[in-house]
Design a binder for this molecule. Structure first.
Ligand code: SAH
Length: 254
């Protein structure tokens, strides 16, 4: 029997308009869609023909559930079906794409990655922050404080890297992040912004400094999903009216 195919598709950070045209095309061809937790429900309107399987991880049993998802992808692909694995943000940024691509390759299943807009980049832009502002930051580091093997990042190296830090999955580790960056030589006055639900109507952001970020987060009531942007570029945020968003419907260009 003919083998199916798997697309690993980035659904973007929340705003459905940030979906790529390639993602829309692939979703239109999919027969089965495996959907993660952080995917905007409006995006499912692009695949009304497909069977929908929710595979979000609700804490605990992470590895078991990842294995289960991989087996599911394989099972459907072996039935000859076109499978879309729809993930929040970009599939290759803290999205397990690496394991899934390897697993599928090992089992002889064709796989294609369709990029999405990753939450950290979108969050910064909506706050008017140029992540690699010339003369201020020489790059950007996407980093997670949460590692499955319990290891921690080299915060001292990051503190002096001259790059803007965009921290994913950091909400429960703010104290550790702050203490390690300060110990690594990052000044307490370094600007920080915490951005919750980026690109969604309920987006909120809290500007402050590295030294004050624990109190700021508590006062603000910071909750997941959120990213932290840490670095001097945060002080260059252009806010105000220019940050207002266009929410009018998309019109076709002739
Ligand atoms: N692949 C995703 C990241 C998945 S890890 C991407 O590229 O964006 C999940 C983490 O992403 C969350 O804990 C949070 O840190 C971040 N995240 C995802 N969506 C977000 C959003 N709308 N606003 C802020 N952070 C978000």
């Amino acid at each position: 029997m003919k083998q199916g195919k798997v697309w690993l598709i980035g659904a973007g950070p929340g705003d459905p308009e940030l979906l790529t045209l390639k993602a829309v095309k692939a979703l239109g061809q999919a027969q089965v869609v495996l959907v993660d937790d952080l995917v905007a429900p409006q995006i499912l309107a692009y695949c009304p023909q497909a069977r929908m399987v929710k595979v979000g991880k609700r804490g605990g049993c992470r590895s078991t559930s990842q294995e289960f998802i991989q087996r599911l992808m394989l099972r459907y692909a072996r039935q000859g079906l076109c499978v879309a694995r729809l993930k929040g943000g970009d599939p290759c940024v803290f999205g397990r794409a690496g394991e899934e691509v390897r697993w599928l390759a090992e089992h002889g299943i064709a796989c294609e990655i369709v990029n999405g807009v990753t939450a950290g980049l979108a969050a910064a832009s909506l706050c008017g922050i140029p992540l690699t502002l010339r003369g201020v930051a020489r790059g950007v580091t996407l980093i997670t404080a949460h590692a499955e093997d319990g290891s921690t990042p080299d915060w001292s190296a990051l503190a002096t890297s001259g790059t803007t830090l965009v921290v994913y999955m950091g909400v429960t580790r703010l104290e550790e992040i702050r203490a390690c960056l300060l110990a690594g030589g990052m000044p307490g006055a370094t600007p920080v912004v915490m951005i919750e639900n980026a690109t969604l109507p309920q987006q909120r952001q809290c500007f402050g400094t590295l030294a004050g970020m624990i109190g700021d987060a508590a006062g603000f009531g910071l909750r997941s999903p959120a990213v932290l942007v840490i670095g001097d570029v945060v002080a260059h945020a252009v806010r105000g009216e220019s940050a207002e968003r266009d929410t009018s419907p998309i019109e076709r260009c002739a």
